[in-house]
Design a binder for this molecule. Structure first.
Ligand code: FES
Ligand code: FES
Length: 173
């Protein structure tokens, strides 16, 4: 006799929009799924193994120890789609755009020439955005440490760190 297993529904929000998926494949990463959605190719994929940071998105979820809502920068290439039930995911499109107006982090990375080929830029922006949700007034050292997981092959990092000057960002917010 065959057993009928209950359907597994994964429910979450993406850029404020509620999404419900039934039985997502265990082989599908959050990165693959996001990039398959119309208009959401800003989140990039390069190494696919957690090394470069170009796939970073922001995730807000309940911390299991403190039971409080926490916001983290996560590597979407390493995150299985089925594991995000109850989370809120924000991609680089969700924080600003040419139509809605850019977020201060997006503005500054452009103004300070922190982007050249642009492939790392969404990950850089979302790492900084996530940090500011967690620590609204980070020190320069915290900002620098925050970019440990983000690689840029073009800019040499100085323009990116100049753009992410925490004091200037706080004033713009
Ligand atoms: S694609 Fe490189 S860390 Fe995810
Ligand atoms: S701007 Fe080209 S990888 Fe960073």
């Amino acid at each position: 006799m065959s057993t009928i297993l209950p359907l597994k529904v994964v429910s979450f929000t993406l850029n404020g929009r509620r999404v419900e998926l039934t039985d997502p494949s265990p082989n599908t990463s959050l990165n693959e799924w996001i990039r398959s959605q119309y208009g959401l190719s800003g989140t990039k994929r390069m190494c696919g193994e957690g090394g470069c940071g170009c796939c970073v998105v922001s995730a807000t979820k309940t911390d299991l120890l403190s039971n409080e809502q926490v916001t983290l920068a996560i590597n979407s290439c390493l995150c299985p789609l089925y594991s995000i039930n109850g989370w809120s995911i924000t991609t680089v499109e969700g924080i600003g755009s040419s139509k809605k107006g850019f977020h201060p982090v997006q503005k500054r990375i452009a103004e300070y020439n922190g982007t050249q080929c642009g492939y790392c830029t969404p990950g850089m922006v979302m790492s900084m955005y996530s940090l500011l949700q967690k620590i609204p007034e980070p020190t320069k050292q915290i900002v620098e440490d925050n970019f440990d997981g983000n690689i840029c092959r073009c800019t040499g990092y100085r323009p990116i760190l100049d753009a992410m000057n925490p004091l200037q960002l706080i004033q713009m917010n």
